[in-house]
Design a protein around this ligand. Structure first.
Ligand code: FAD
Length: 491
């Protein structure tokens, strides 16, 4: 039996392990942490359970697909619900909006409460759909780095429609044309942050993202986000994949004859042989630590990293009825917030606050009479800022803002706290500078500048995860594993 070694048990590493096992490989997966999931993990604290990383689940069909290719029934492992209510938005001027799966209702609410018309929303989402239709096969589901990808009829068709993907103006510029009310511009600009980018720099092609949320839907696993990982680990184990934890791989080994070919990995000074190696690490660290003798592509090092996050996990006494599962408290000045993140590389005094409360749906996530608040703001990647000071100030500003908008005294209700910041994101998940999504998408060529899913120097070495093609976030990380799977078929 051929042998595959996967380095890293993030979601894409596990997906790759499943795909290789289904192909008939014997698969070992090595993880530096004591647990699987990488960024997608959970925290248990004083009777509260928090999903520590991702909180918004879109495109569950990419998870289901893994069970289906293994001839298993997804619902035997994993169940999720589609959300009727997607997100509650709070503005400092008192405006409150709730986005819903029922788009007509959402568009109507916008028409009633703002200066924007319902048809602006439908027109915008039609454009969003057009961008998706033109790009998804080419940019998301196939390698951009193999000639055969360009020989598909739909690729050629897409190339001729590229004028329609809005790559030559910024997302903010496009949204200012779509929406009359600046608060709705702000609402749709926020989607740039779904991959850690800046709507004032990123191309309007990122307006594809709302299509995922409004057309395919937003979901919540019945047992919380971490159950995506536990279900996939169970599937992998059922397929015979061996997991090894607390095993930090030190080096990728390859033959250095005329043509380089992967031979295995080195861990604790032992060489383990493999026919195929898939690295799920941040590609930056793959080159820096595991492939020291191979020169990384220059364009990889020059790319701007995506933003990071500061998260407070707060056990909260009491119930806040005006909040739902996903909540956004918008800053008064979005441009200032992005300038702080991208130009000054600090945290603005008035950040946009995202509050995720899973106990609204999953009662066992918080003790009776309490709620589990995941409170996140976007912050710059770690360039050595004085985070202790920034975090202290940010906490004061966050509590002040929540008190102002919700008319409460939050500080009296915080029972327990844990914090994740760019430094700990880097140390816990191996993400360079604590970026959440690898490189940013702040210019129109980003899609082409992401690292391919294979090594052009070393045969049978592959790369998956949020830092390589097609990009960050659970759905795209899962697609990276699929692209490798399809690629191996052609070798
Ligand atoms: P990672 O999760 O990056 O895991 C890589 C693994 O490799 C880690 O487990 C690490 O320990 C291991 N590793 C590193 N070095 C070694 C080594 N030398 N040897 C062995 N193992 C090693 N996405 C969404 O879709 N929706 C969201 O709402 C969302 N919100 C987010 C919020 C936060 C706070 C964070 C941090 C991320 C969020 N994301 C979200 C992004 C999403 O979590 C990631 O894109 C995705 O989980 C990345 O998965 P990955 O496969 O790249 O692996």
């Amino acid at each position: 039996k051929s042998k595959a070694i996967i380095i890293g048990a993030g979601i894409a590493g596990i997906a790759s392990a499943i795909r290789m096992a289904v192909k008939g490989y014997e698969v070992d997966i090595f993880e530096a942490n004591t647990y699987s999931g990488g960024k997608l993990t959970e925290i248990n604290l004083n009777g509260f359970r928090f999903d520590a990383g991702p909180s918004l689940f879109t495109m569950p069909q990419y998870v289901d697909e893994l069970f289906k290719i293994a001839n298993k029934n997804p619902s035997d492992y994993f169940e999720y619900d589609q959300l009727e209510e997607i997100c509650r938005y709070f503005y400092e001027d008192g405006l409150r909006l709730t986005s819903k799966a029922d788009l007509e209702q959402f568009a109507q609410e916008i028409q009633e409460k703002t200066n924007s018309k319902a048809q602006e929303i439908t027109r915008f989402l039609k454009k969003s759909e057009t961008i998706y239709k033109i790009t998804h096969k080419v940019f998301l589901e196939r390698s951009l780095h193999k000639l055969r990808s360009y020989l598909h009829f739909d690729t050629i068709k897409s190339i001729f429609s590229f004028g329609k993907i809005d790559a030559f103006r910024t997302q903010n510029k496009a949204n200012e044309v779509f929406f009359k009310d600046p608060r709705i511009v702000q609402l749709f600009n926020r989607y740039a942050t779904y991959n850690g980018s800046n709507p004032y720099q990123a191309p309007a092609t990122l307006n594809i993202i709302p299509h995922f949320e409004y057309h395919f839907g937003a979901f919540l696993p019945k047992k919380g986000m971490y159950s995506i990982i536990t279900a996939l680990v169970k599937l992998a184990e059922d397929l015979g994949v061996n997991f090894y934890f607390s095993q930090k791989i030190d080096e990728i080994i390859y033959s250095e004859d005329k043509k380089f070919k992967v031979k295995g990995v080195k861990v604790n000074n032992v060489i383990l042989q493999a026919d195929v190696v898939v690295s799920n690490l941040d590609i930056w660290f793959t080159y820096k630590n595991l492939l020291k003798k191979i020169k990384p592509p220059k364009k990889l090092l020059q790319q701007e990293r995506s933003s990071s996050a500061l998260i407070f996990y707060w056990g909260i006494k009491g119930n806040y009825d005006e909040l739902g599962l996903h909540n956004i408290l918008f800053t008064k000045n979005y441009q200032d917030e992005f300038n702080a993140i991208w130009k000054d590389q600090i945290i603005t005094e008035d950040p946009t606050i995202y509050i995720n409360i899973t106990s609204k749906h999953l009662k066992s996530d918080a003790p009776k009479g309490c709620e589990n608040w995941f409170v996140m703001i976007n912050v710059p990647a770690n360039k050595g800022q004085d985070w202790d000071i920034l975090i202290k100030e940010a906490k004061l500003n966050i509590v002040k803002k929540i008190n102002r908008v919700l008319k409460t005294n939050l500080e009296n209700n915080i029972i327990c706290e844990e914090i994740l910041d760019p430094r700990s994101i880097e140390s816990k998940t191996g993400s360079y500078q604590g970026s959440l999504y690898g490189n940013s998408s702040n210019n129109q060529f980003s899609a082409f500048l992401r690292h391919p899913n294979f090594s052009s120097k070393i045969k049978n070495l592959y790369f998956c995860g949020g830092s390589v093609h097609p990009g960050g976030g659970i759905p795209l990380a899962l697609l990276s594993a699929k692209i490798i799977d399809d690629g191996i078929k052609f070798e």
